[in-house]
Design a protein around this ligand. Structure first.
Ligand SMILES: Nc1nc2c(ncn2[C@@H]2O[C@H](COP(=O)(O)OP(=O)(O)OP(=O)(O)O)[C@@H](O)[C@H]2O)c(=O)[nH]1
Ligand SMILES: [Mg+2]
Length: 336
């Protein structure tokens, strides 16, 4: 199944069942009182967050979803059964809006969290409730209330702690596989990653979620490469790892590569470049004559206030230091 992070669906809550008009019929009691039961309530629309799914792809085909109607009441004061609720399991980080008004209905950020979007129609009362001293034979009952129909917009924005950004082929996915159990596709060509990947890193006593997104190039904001829409999945992170490839364009300025990416991030959402960031200079196993002087590069980065680390995601060099540095950043974060 493909990856989908936006979907529009229509949901309908269940109608309430009608109340019943009925009278007791018992031997030796010719005129029994009213005994019509109440209609059951219609099923509600409920959304539930789950960490088991990471895409809205099932909604590419499921566009109309309905809760069940309540059953009508019956004689002998029997109430109709309530209609079952429609529970939509959505990935963590899904934002649910009313498509027509734009109103925010829910933002699912805790695993297992359930939010009732709107209830079903109330069941109607049976005629058992309507007997009075002046009207002992009420021949009417309440109808059930109808269900509601709403168009919803679902938008997924991953709830990751750390985002991996960088030009294509810089080694983001390789790094994700070093830091977590995730095994994203890795390839020696640009745009190997076509959809975002999530991995979980165990660090000290907590789990840190890392998001790896497709590489960005200059002009991504204008649709070049895979565009920049995947940046939404790092919007909720608190730390960015910006991966630079030391072997990339040896005759060129790596600082320039760094800036290209920052400009693209800023154009998408200026808040992105205000996030704490660590620059990770990768592929140091290939470091040698003809490549950019890494010490000088680190000094230049330092001058503009950026901490950088050198690693090789292939040999593992520098990864322990990286984990420690991430751990320090975590301890500086206000607790979640
Ligand atoms: N020599 C060396 N190669 C590396 C290192 N890290 C990654 N690579 C290689 O670089 C290539 C690209 O790696 P990926 O992890 O797919 O890069 P990416 O940044 O995820 O690429 P996109 O998904 O296309 O943006 C692969 O051939 C990797 O094997 C490293 O530390 N040293
Ligand atoms: Mg990749």
């Amino acid at each position: 199944m493909g990856f989908l992070d936006e979907a529009e669906i229509t949901v309908v809550s269940g109608a309430g069942g009608n109340g019943c008009v009925s009278f007791r019929r018992e031997k030796f009691i010719p005129k029994g009182g009213p005994d019509g039961g109440d209609g059951g309530n219609g099923g509600a629309i409920i959304v539930r967050a789950t960490g088991r799914i990471q895409s809205l792809s099932e909604f590419s085909s499921k566009k109309l979803l309905k809760a069940r109607n309540g059953a009508p009441g019956r004689g002998k004061n029997q109430s109709g059964k309530n209609g079952s609720d429609l529970i939509l399991d959505l990935p963590l980080g899904t934002i649910i809006q009313d498509l027509d008004t734009g109103r925010l209905l829910a933002d699912l950020i805790h695993d297992g969290e359930e939010v009732l979007l709107f209830p079903g129609g109330r069941g109607g009362k049976g005629n058992q409730h309507f007997a009075t001293s002046t009207n002992r034979v009420p021949r009417f009952a309440q109808p059930g209330n109808p269900g509601q129909e709403k168009r919803l917009k679902l938008s997924l924005k991953f709830l990751a702690d750390i985002g991996l950004v960088g030009l294509p082929n810089s080694g983001k996915s390789t790094l994700l596989s070093c830091l977590s159990m995730a095994r994203p596709k890795v390839g020696g060509y640009p745009f190997t990653t076509l959809i975002p990947n999530l991995g979980v890193m165990n660090l000290d006593d907590r789990s840190v979620v890392i998001a790896d997104i497709p590489g960005l190039i200059r002009g991504a904001g204008k649709g070049k490469g895979l565009g920049h829409r995947f940046l939404r999945h790092i919007e909720r992170t608190w730390l960015l790892l910006h991966v630079l490839d030391i072997t990339y364009r040896p005759d060129n300025d790596l600082l320039e590569d760094y800036k290209i990416l920052r400009d693209e991030m800023e154009a998408y959402n200026p808040a992105l470049i205000k996030k704490p960031e660590l620059v990770v200079i990768n592929k140091m196993d290939q470091y040698g004559p003809g490549l950019r002087d890494v010490k000088k590069l680190q000094k230049e980065l330092h001058k503009i206030g950026i901490t950088s680390l050198t690693i090789s995601a292939i040999t593992g060099e520098g990864l322990e230091k990286l984990r420690q540095t991430i751990s320090v950043s975590i301890s500086l974060q206000p607790s979640k």
